[in-house]
Design a protein around this ligand. Structure first.
Ligand code: IMP
Length: 214
């Protein structure tokens, strides 16, 4: 499988906020719209098609990484379901939702704890698709893959809506967009829990970083 994605260049200015509908309460804290919601949807539809084409007939266990991945995962699954309804070949799916917690007192191993799922042992022998919002350094995903692989799945693939350009230690098989190394929010991606209620993927400005700092 060759890696393919939409590349948003470093010098992209995005779109002027006035050209789109953005909640009033966020307007002054955003720099620009980087990826409008409609483009996210259309790209997600194509990712769904690529996944269904590659997956064969076996049952798929989808692991949605909360909280940031919830919108993307829900929309991706809607597109996969539409393909399942409308073609001769369909894949059976189950969905689980996980959250990742760092082990606070174990900095040396840097392991993570997966919470929200009863037992990861149910993944044994299954084709697993991990759905994530963004891969930055890739360290989180590498740690999650280590934990998932310890449970003997038949296969594991990762689908991430975004990958930040530059320093990734891990690159998923399925990528929506490669974006500049800036902090992005919206479409469930947050800055200290804010901006999840924004449809488009936007670049936060310095005022926003200050306003919503913890
Ligand atoms: P990594 O381990 O460096 O790949 O970081 C991945 C995690 O950091 C993601 O799952 C997000 O929760 C968070 N993250 C990294 N960059 C951004 C961003 O630009 N916006 C929102 N969350 C981000």
């Amino acid at each position: 499988m060759t890696e393919s994605y939409i590349e948003i260049p470093d010098n992209s200015k995005g779109y002027n906020l006035d050209m789109f509908c953005v909640p009033k309460h966020y307007e002054q804290y955003l720099d620009s719209v980087l990826i409008p919601h409609g483009v996210i949807s259309d790209r997600t539809e194509r990712l769904a098609r690529n996944i269904v084409k590659d997956m064969g007939e076996d049952e798929l266990v989808v692991l949605c990484v909360l909280k940031g991945g919830y919108k993307f995962c829900a929309d991706l699954l809607d597109y996969i379901k539409a393909l399942n309804r409308n073609s001769e070949r369909s894949i059976r799916m189950s969905v689980d939702f996980i959250r990742l917690k760092s082990y606070e007192n174990d900095k040396s191993s840097g392991d993570i704890r997966v919470i929200g799922i009863d037992s990861l042992s149910t993944l044994a022998g299954k084709n697993v698709l991990i759905v994530e919002d963004i891969v930055d350094t890739g360290r989180t995903m590498k740690k999650l893959l280590k934990v998932v692989n310890e449970n003997s799945p038949k296969s594991v693939q990762v689908c991430s809506l975004l990958v930040k350009r530059g320093k990734n230690e891990y690159r998923p098989a399925y990528i929506g967009f490669e974006v500049p190394d800036k902090f992005v929010v919206g479409y469930a991606l947050d800055y200290n829990e804010y901006f999840r209620d924004l449809n488009h993927i936007c670049i936060i400005n310095d005022e926003g970083k200050k306003k919503f700092a913890v």
